[in-house]
Design a binder for this molecule. Structure first.
Ligand code: ADP
Length: 169
């Protein structure tokens, strides 16, 4: 498995799947979630509503997969990160679950190249440095990582880009 770091907008990233830092409603929100729904078009929301009707809301740490609509990716994997409320082993574990469950869902759907934003570090206020550590460690320790060809950490801002580059060098 190759790990790549890029500074980009994830809605423009060519990958088999891009990961959305969604909220449990699955109905869209701000940040990367808003951008994905806005640029991906109505098909994504339609698929999210169908999932909600079937299984209810998405719990923190879980992930679901939909079409990517008009985006260059094939799929969007929507995962719900924890909201930062101070240092907590439980929240660290839930953030790691987001990466593991997204990768598992990716493999089940034949995804070879997957792109992640730094989940929970926007509106959910997780410290970027800590979240990046969890992201990198979880991806590196993922049991079935040989089934994924490439993981792309997509950094929207300079701070994230520098953090990921530092940690992966
Ligand atoms: P959360 O609610 O999980 O905190 P946010 O979308 O608010 O989700 O932020 C998560 C991370 O995604 C932040 O680091 C933010 O800078 C980043 N981000 C926001 N928009 C994009 C985008 N279009 N592409 C990639 N990353 C993005």
């Amino acid at each position: 498995m190759i790990i790549e770091v890029i500074k980009a907008d994830i809605t423009e990233t060519k990958a088999d799947a891009i990961v959305n830092a969604a909220n449990s409603s699955l109905l869209g929100g701000g940040g990367v979630d808003g951008a994905i729904h806005r640029k991906g078009g109505k098909e994504i929301l339609k698929a999210c509503v169908a999932i909600r009707n079937k299984q209810g809301t998405c719990k923190t740490g879980n992930a679901v997969i939909t079409t990517a609509g008009n985006l260059p990716a094939k799929y969007v994997i929507h995962t719900v990160g924890p909201v930062w409320n101070g240092e907590s082993e439980k929240n660290n574990a839930l953030l790691a679950d987001c990466y593991r469950n997204s990768l598992t869902l990716a493999i089940e759907n034949g995804v070879k190249v997957i792109a992640f934003p730094n989940i929970s570090t926007g509106i959910y206020h997780f410290p970027k440095d800590k979240a990046a550590d969890i992201a990198i460690t979880t991806v590196n320790n993922f049991a079935e990582k040989e089934k994924i060809e490439k993981v792309i950490f997509v950094c929207f801002d300079d701070e994230n880009y520098e953090l990921y580059q530092e940690k992966l060098n």
